[in-house]
Design a protein around this ligand. Structure first.
Ligand code: PMP
Length: 460
């Protein structure tokens, strides 16, 4: 009976039974997407939308890419699932080696999970257990994490503990463990005592130093207790595409070295080419001790995430079974071979289609097209880093004061852009523009035209 529901049934069931993420179900209006092709996605009425949010920041090579589809089908012809608990399979082994080859040389070992939040949980737990099991310093029992202000690392309680987006996280604060939060290394809203010239690299370097000095103070105070520092390298996406000043990531890495701590780089949103290089860390020549990847890892096709570590961390978990030094953590579908096949095919397409080169070209085009939007009355900032961009709406351009979140200005703008066939999602007053990395100039124009249409409708 339920195999071919009517459109009306789908609408009714969708609003009554399907609890959507980050969605007020009382106001939800069904938006039911049925089919994707390249950078476009089609709803059940056959209407076409440009997927300018990459289906929540994860699609890389477009929908229904023949190479990825074929790889998944080939794997289906072998086996759909093999657990990672004491068992292996050729596809996931090959992916582990591929990841080790494609990440900084210090990263040698891969732990798979099914989503970004879990990859972060794994990174946090590995760091914690590592300090308890280091053979050379068994009494070093670090119990704190240092997180960056306004960070977002996922929605599970561990990842929320190291997060700092209060609109999402404040509700759960009684449930969270203690974490030290440093300042948010923002380049748009800078501390009042700092006079930034955003076009001057020197001024940005000084801003970076300003923030790093604050982090140094935290290290001086808590250094011997900090198990790891966790950071979204270069751009804090869910904070509203906060772009960090150049040198911040490098400086944070140096602090972890000076104070003998670990650096966890959460590359879940910025990795897989999103920032303009395969990993954002590359841009500051940083090799983290732990790297979390997700979202685009499977091309945005299937739920897969990975936590990479150094050999030194791996070694701390070795020992006789009776010593109980294993990592007692595992997700049913971690390392699933269908997901691994999609991920391997994703890397293959990176080479075939020279995806990084295209993304860098399109990023420059996107910046050129988006910058003129600053002339619209309530556009306070335009930020572009690789294939991640944002326009921030402000109530008052002089003070940079935002609209109250309850005014839903970001949503209003996205709804209007949808009328023009461009699918975007906002975070508060920030409209995030993240098209698939395979997008071409015509797609960039389509996106910016829809934004212009929406801005004109809102404020002309
Ligand atoms: N880290 C970052 C930086 C993210 O942006 C996200 C998700 N937006 C996550 C972690 C969590 O990933 P997931 O939604 O796959 O759990």
């Amino acid at each position: 009976m339920t195999s071919n529901p009517s459109t009306e049934q789908l609408h009714t069931w969708d609003s009554q039974h399907y609890w959507h993420a980050f969605t007020q179900m009382q106001e939800y209006e069904p938006f039911i997407l049925e089919r994707g092709e390249g950078v476009y996605i089609y709803d059940i009425h056959g209407r076409r939308y440009l997927d300018a949010c990459s289906s929540l920041w994860c699609n890389i090579h477009g929908h229904q890419h023949p190479t990825i589809d074929a790889a998944i089908k080939r794997q289906l012809g072998k086996v759909a699932h093999v657990t990672s608990l004491g068992v292996s399979n050729p596809t996931t082994i090959t992916l582990a080696k591929k990841l080790v080859d494609l990440t900084p040389s210090e990263l040698d070992c891969v732990f798979f999970s099914s989503d970004g939040s879990s990859a972060v949980e794994v990174g946090l737990k590995l760091a914690f257990q590592y300090w308890r099991q280091r053979r050379d310093a068994p009494s070093d029992r670090r119990d704190l994490y240092l997180a960056v202000g306004n960070a977002y690392h996922g929605d599970t309680l561990g990842s929320v503990s190291v997060g700092g987006v209060s609109r999402f996280h404040a509700m759960f604060s009684p449930l969270l463990f203690d974490v030290i939060h440093g300042p948010c290394p923002d380049t748009f809203r800078v501390p009042p005592e700092f006079d930034l010239d955003a076009d001057d690299p020197d001024s940005l370097r000084q801003l970076s130093k300003y923030y790093l000095d604050e982090y140094r103070k935290l290290f001086e105070q808590f250094g011997d207790r900090i198990a790891a520092v966790i950071v979204e390298p270069l751009v804090q996406c869910a904070a509203g595409m906060v772009v960090q000043p150049a040198g911040f990531l490098r400086g944070l890495k140096e602090l972890t070295q000076e104070f003998d701590s670990l650096l966890i780089a959460d590359e879940i949103a910025v990795g897989m080419g999103r920032s303009g290089t395969l990993w954002a860390c590359e841009q500051e020549s940083v090799a983290p001790d732990i790297l979390c990847a997700g979202k685009g890892l499977s091309g945005g096709y299937l739920p897969m995430a990975a936590t990479l570590t150094t050999r030194e961390i791996w070694d701390a978990f070795l020992g006789e079974y009776s010593e109980s030094r294993s990592f007692f953590h595992g997700h049913t579908f971690g390392g699933n071979p269908l997901c691994a096949a999609a991920a391997l095919a994703t890397f293959e397409v990176f080479e075939q289609e020279k995806t990084l080169e295209n993304a860098q070209r399109q990023s420059a085009i996107l910046k050129r097209l988006l910058d003129p939007l600053l002339d619209y009355p309530h556009v306070g900032d335009v930020r572009v880093q690789g294939m991640m961009a944002a326009i921030e709406l402000v109530q008052d351009p002089h003070t940079k004061a935002g609209f109250p979140w309850s005014a839903k200005k970001g949503y209003e703008l996205c709804d209007l852009a949808l009328e023009r066939g461009v699918w975007l999602r906002p975070i508060g007053n920030v409209v995030i523009v993240m098209p698939p990395l395979c997008s071409q100039e015509s797609h960039m124009r389509e996106i910016v035209q829809a934004l212009e249409y929406a801005l004109r409708r809102m404020w002309s």
